[in-house]
Design a protein around this ligand. Sequence first.
Ligand SMILES: [Zn+2]
Length: 467
Amino acid sequence: MSQTPDSAVRTYIEQHRSAFLDDLAEWLRIPSVSAQPDHAPDVRRSADWLAAKLLETGFTTAEVWPTDGAPAVFAEWPSDDPDAPTVLVYGHHDVQPAAREDGWHSEPFEPEIRDGRLYARGAADDKGQVLFHTLGVRAHLAATGRTAPAVHLKLLIEGEEESGSPHFRALVESRADRLAADAVVVSDTGMWSEDTPTVCTGMRGLAECEIHFRGPDQDIHSGSFGGAVPNPATAAARLVAALHDEHARVAVPGFYDGVVELTDRERALFAELPFDEERWLRTAKSHATSGEAGYTTLERVWARPTAEVNGIGGGYQGAGSKTIIPASAMVKLTFRLVAGQDPDRIEKAVRAWVDEQVPDGIRHETVFGGATRPCLTPLDHPALQSVVRAMGRAFGVPVRFTREGGSGPAADLQEVLGVPVLFLGISVPSDGWHAPNEKVELDLLFKGVETSAYLWGDLAEHWREAP
Ligand SMILES: [Zn+2]
């Protein structure tokens, strides 16, 4: 009896399910905590383990790439079709710290399956979601009778994501020739919920700055001098108060220049998601929603740029009163950016606005830190459509769309390699990323394997529809 491709994929996955889980458990037992220096040998061991596993899977090349911090793993499996597109899968093999006494019900580095869930640090973020591609590509070959994938497949699995990827950009720049691809697939994200599979289409970027205000050369008596000299704390407060207008729009001139607006279709698709604002507020631990006029909560966090005051300080903060005009004050600001905004242009606009706002007699300095660019893949991009179709075949229900309000190293890949970034993740909000009792839902993990198995054939077939 002949099998349809989907049932062949499912049969193959079923036959290799327990061996795959054994492999994943072995990897999860390596405590590859990048933040803790005493775990540096474990992070290296994790990279070696993965490189060996990828060779065993069939990748023709698997190398451990050193950085000035923890090593990354690069692997390659060329297609037998020289004209096939090249896809680079991104993930990470390091994990957040974890200790039993943080509230874990089992040892964080001793994986345990309970009620259809695999509990361990890294189960969902990100080892489970990296490893599903190994069984996925094998199932793709088994079901299609191919000996090499339908696309030129590359993997870059970094070892410092949980430490803020300090060397990632330099790594990507120095290895850009080996990493060259037509699209990037990021498997380090999640979906809306267990019953609502979603594809994320973009991430916001980030720009950050500190503004230092200096008034008198030292704290001075507010009786002897108050009312006759400028106060740096007042200047800081006025600047913060001027940051947004009465519609909660960012008041920095030029801030919205070039912003890619939501289309009516995207707004309609967001509105279809089963969003419960009360529940969202409980998760947010906030007592109210507020934000830019004319946008819903999801639109505000996913698709609109923002300015937030992360810290403000200056002057006396001890008990009782101290009658001074403080010598200095400071403000920390971050800006979440969306497609069309450029961090360098934002920096210029903010600097000019600050210069304008600060009154005479207050000296000020604006210091910008590193920035992350936003990324966005249009809904009708053929590679995005391939991810949606592959996920739809695996899940058997319609796939919806989300975006991510946070920012990540995927933007470096988009920028340096100059290619679209696609997100394929099967984790759900209850998976407990960075928290005690992190887990991955086994059903979803294998849907991830299945999606990966369908994706490469679909991409190769539809890639040339690209404009
Ligand atoms: Zn992650």
